[in-house]
Design a protein. Structure first.
Length: 358
């Protein structure tokens, strides 16, 4: 089994993402991730195991006895939530996931309140967290920082797992896991995800959830991916290259309504103007045709679904919120269950939870 202690940082960082996977899995050989950094670590078997574990945790947690059992599973562990970018859902759902499993947590949500304010590097800050905690759940505007820290910590005298809760414009693997979990549940009694058409719409250039989810969908058979965006914000070349290399049926288009007609799932995203190179640059792009409202809802198949990683602005009209096909609220709660599953699996508790008597 490949180990991060046996490869230098330069050599490791230059590997293709799929080749890095083997270095990031648990040493115990169950195939689950130790560090979770990007979507390329998950194949279909792993996705199905994690979704089954999330379902199991969700079920066990329904009874008081079951919930109290879950609280004992990782009561001896501590997790650090280090979020140097704003977050509501990812922070709170990881926090709630830790609470379900009995994990004690600490947090830094603003680097100005930590010794980074005094000039400490992020690397030293994260190394400091590893002295006190058994897992670091981190969000950073810096692409690649989670990966660098995973290598650093694995090569330190106190290795702890890193869970990437959003890195730059690059990846958001746990969001993609909850998106897949939501799609699996949405189509559970209707033949599953295979053969579906998923339409992505909005700021596809800078939406890290799109890159991660687009990859995870390649694990399923005959899933067509349709990307709808203003020309300036269309899906980046690396995503297209991945789809080409995997023989995935895809299209880049500009007409949301036409795309909605063929969609089984529509994945809306907001304009990510926090990444604008100059103030107000996104506001000059005409995004008016990339919003989902009553007219788009009328075109959606009766068993189609609408997803959004949230937060939203005006790209989904509130008139859609009570339609049974609007999955974005359930998506948020699904995030808590799948993150609880991932954390439990990271610490090697998949089998114990699946086989417990509750
Ligand atoms: N989807 C998502 O990452 O939401 P937050 O930014 O609120 O965590």
């Amino acid at each position: 089994m490949a180990k991060l202690t046996e490869i230098g940082w330069e050599e490791f960082s230059a590997l293709p993402l799929e080749a890095k996977r083997g270095y990031l899995t648990r040493a115990e050989g169950d195939g689950m991730p130790y560090h979770t950094l990007f979507a390329q670590q998950f194949d279909r078997e792993l996705l199905e195991r994690l979704c089954a574990l999330a379902n199991r945790i969700r079920f066990i947690n329904k009874s008081k006895e079951g919930a109290l059992y879950l609280k004992t599973v990782l009561a001896h562990r501590r997790a650090m939530l280090y979020f140097s970018q704003p977050s509501s859902r990812t922070f709170l759902s990881h926090l709630a996931a830790c609470q379900i499993l009995g994990i004690t947590t600490g947090s830094v949500r603003d680097a100005a309140t930590s010794s980074e304010f005094k000039g400490e590097t992020k690397e030293d800050s994260i190394r400091t967290f590893s002295s006190y905690f058994d897992m670091i759940i981190m969000r950073s505007p810096e692409q690649g920082l989670a990966e660098k820290m995973a290598w650093e910590l694995s090569n330190s005298d106190r290795p702890v797992p890193i869970l990437n809760a959003g890195s730059g414009k690059d990846q958001h693997p746990t969001q993609a896991l909850l998106d897949i979990y939501t799609l699996m549940r949405s189509f559970e009694t209707k033949g599953g995800i295979d053969g579906r058409t998923v339409v992505f719409c909005g700021d596809l250039l800078r939406g890290r959830t799109v890159r991660s989810l687009s990859y995870l969908l390649t694990n399923f058979r005959d899933v067509r991916q349709v990307f709808v965006a203003p020309q300036e914000l269309h899906v980046p070349e690396d995503v297209v290259e991945t789809l080409k290399s995997k023989g995935v049926d895809y299209a880049l288009v500009g007409d949301l309504r036409e795309a909605v007609k063929e969609a089984d799932a529509v994945y809306m995203t907001r304009i990510q103007d926090e990444w604008d190179s100059s103030k107000g640059a996104s506001a000059r792009i005409d995004t008016s045709r990339f919003k989902f409202g009553a007219e788009e809802l009328a075109l959606l198949k009766p068993d189609g679904v609408i997803l959004h990683p949230l937060p939203r602005r005006d790209e989904i009209a509130t008139c859609c919120d009570h339609d049974p096909r609007a999955m974005y609220w359930r998506q948020m709660r699904n995030g808590m269950w799948i993150r609880a599953a991932l954390i439990a699996a990271t610490f090697g508790h998949e089998r114990a939870i699946m086989d417990c008597g509750y």
